[in-house]
Design a protein around this ligand. Structure first.
Ligand code: HEM
Length: 518
């Protein structure tokens, strides 16, 4: 039954009044309840009631934050939005001091009131306290640098499938690397390998993650600013956030069940490939399990699928784009691979330590193009003071990785792609091994060893087998390579672009084809 208009009016008036009161309350609370004797870090002056909400661009905010860093000559910037304090860290040393040396204060996450409505409570990126710790422990056990080696056979298989895809239909390279990034997570977490992007799991997950991104962007829904709005039912005409959240919840539940059911079926039939979930299910069949652990394993597996696939996809897209624009760097990398690996086999993980230039490309790629330019915001759980500036409890603290990676005091000529900056005078890797784009402190990417291995293998295998460069139009003219990236507020993805991907040699072609029978 459709709600009547008088019912809507009687519902809307108290609601608007409630929102107004809440805004006023937050403002008064932030102004009066805490009158710090020390100043906040510098930043643009906040406007009455709304603060700096309209000073921050919806996309590319990290560039604006870096500009403010220069304008106010400070590694720390303070802004506010409707009473919410936000501290931006533009400087790597300050980030290491706050997120790492004072990690106990900085390991929380901000609360997004829309998250439970979206059914994303399972995503442990948003968890806090003991629940977060329990999930993080399972991850550390399974994804630390030595445990990450267990995934190498699956990573090798998926990267080889990617090479074959490129060989068969190089112009569809964006689809191939999307499938690679999803297959890497599904195979390592569930022992399940999708063979095409039409797979139901991928279709549902795509719809669900597009909806999630649209609800989690700053300013995307008022529910995040005024939690009282979460009580508004989805049928209210202006409650589009509630409707999107409800749809997201339905999709989330479906998409969580799909790969889990595949894993259960494969275990039951005795055909399971090793993975986090199938190994757990096998233990469960032997009676070695408990319900709490089962819940955590399922949450971790799905969080990894969500978090790991988009990031891996963004990394591969950025790599192909950067290589297409730097043929001289490709040639030098290929010379290193030919010298160390030779031309009669494909590279393996065992070659990594002997190929410093490839690792320099890996490090420089994430410096030049940090795909998660602001990581995920942390939240301060106690008042703190840094060099005379007051940082209030509850503030969102955002590491601006882009600003750190482009800091000319640390990296000379930072807007040039220059892998040599990570090599010493002997051509060996220097000690600047920190990949900033994995974030900081106790919330640092817990899958970074797994991500590093799959990204490295993708880079080295691609360079061993293919050249990438400008494509030609129908008249034989070269098409310029565009620099258009899509920014969803949390991550930057390369948009599809025209380029030519060709096998380096007949031998490379044969090596790729042989992988089907390995
Ligand atoms: C190139 C690929 C990847 C990048 C750039 C990346 C980056 C990040 C970043 C920036 C964070 C937040 C760090 C912070 O809050 O300071 C994060 C968190 C996380 N990452 Fe990754 N990630 C990648 C791949 C992966 C993979 C493959 C996995 C799993 C195997 C994974 C699992 C996670 C999890 C579970 C968290 C949440 C940690 C927590 O909140 O405690 N990531 N990642």
């Amino acid at each position: 039954m459709a709600p009547s208009s008088s019912a809507l009016v009687s519902f809307a008036i108290p609601l608007i009044f409630g929102v107004f009161l809440r805004l006023l309350f937050r403002l008064l609370k932030s102004r009066q309840a805490r009158k710090p004797s020390l100043p906040y870090p510098p930043g643009p002056a906040p406007k009455f009631l709304i603060g700096n909400a309209f000073d921050v661009p919806r996309f590319g905010a990290y560039k604006k934050f870096a500009e403010w860093g220069k304008e106010y000559k400070s590694g720390l910037i303070h802004i506010s939005a409707a009473g919410q304090h936000i501290v931006i860290v533009n400087d790597r040393k300050i980030a290491e001091e706050l997120f790492e040396k004072r990690s106990v204060l900085y390991n929380d996450r901000p609360e997004f009131p829309v998250v439970p409505l979206m059914g994303l409570d399972y995503n442990f990126t948003f968890l806090k306290g003991d629940a977060w710790l329990a999930h993080r422990r399972i991850c550390q056990k399974n994804f630390n640098s030595s445990a990450a080696k267990q995934y190498q056979p699956m990573q090798t298989t998926e990267v080889h499938t990617f090479l074959r895809g490129l060989l068969n239909s190089p112009s569809e390279f964006t689809d191939h690397y999307k499938l690679l990034s999803i297959a890497l997570q599904l195979s390592t977490m569930y022992g399940f390998t999708p063979t095409s992007l039409d797979d139901e799991i991928i279709r549902v997950a795509d719809e669900s993650s597009a909806l999630s991104a649209s609800l989690l962007l700053p300013g995307a829904t008022l529910i995040n600013i005024f939690p009282i709005l979460r009580h508004v039912p989805a049928w209210v005409p202006f409650a589009s956030g509630q409707r999107r959240a409800k749809r997201c919840k339905e999709l989330t539940e479906l998409v969580k069940a799909l790969p889990l059911n595949c894993a259960k079926k494969s275990v039951k039939e005795g055909k399971a490939s090793p993975s986090l979930v199938t190994e757990y299910l096998e233990q469960k069949a032997l009676g070695i399990s408990d319900l709490e652990q089962e819940k955590i394993i399922n949450n971790v597996a799905w969080t990894v699928y969500n978090g790991g696939s988009d990031t891996t996809r963004a990394a591969t897209g950025a790599f192909i784009h950067i290589m297409a624009k730097h043929p001289e760097i490709q040639r030098r990398a290929q010379a290193e691979i030919d010298r160390i690996v030779g031309c009669d086999r494909l590279p393996t993980f065992a070659d990594r330590t002997k190929l410093p230039y490839i690792d320099a490309i890996y490090r420089e790629m994430f410096r030049y193009h940090p795909i998660t330019p602001m990581a995920i915001p942390h939240c301060l759980n106690e008042d703190d003071v840094y060099e005379g500036y007051f940082l209030p409890k509850g503030a969102w603290v955002v590491p601006n990785i882009y600003a750190m990676a482009r800091d000319e005091n640390v990296y000379s000529d930072p807007s040039t792609f220059h892998p040599d900056r990570f090599l010493d005078a002997n051509g060996e890797l220097n000690d600047d091994s920190r990949v900033l784009t994995y974030g900081f402190g106790r919330r640092v990417c817990v899958g970074k060893a797994v991500a590093s291995a799959s990204t490295w293998l993708t880079i080295v295998s691609f360079l061993a087998c293919f050249n990438v460069g400008k494509a030609k139009d129908d008249f034989g003219n070269e098409i310029e390579i565009d620099d258009e990236y899509e920014d969803n507020g949390a991550m930057i993805q390369k948009k599809h672009f025209a380029c030519s991907i060709t096998p380096r040699s007949e031998q490379a072609r044969s090596l790729i084809l042989e992988t089907e029978f390995l």
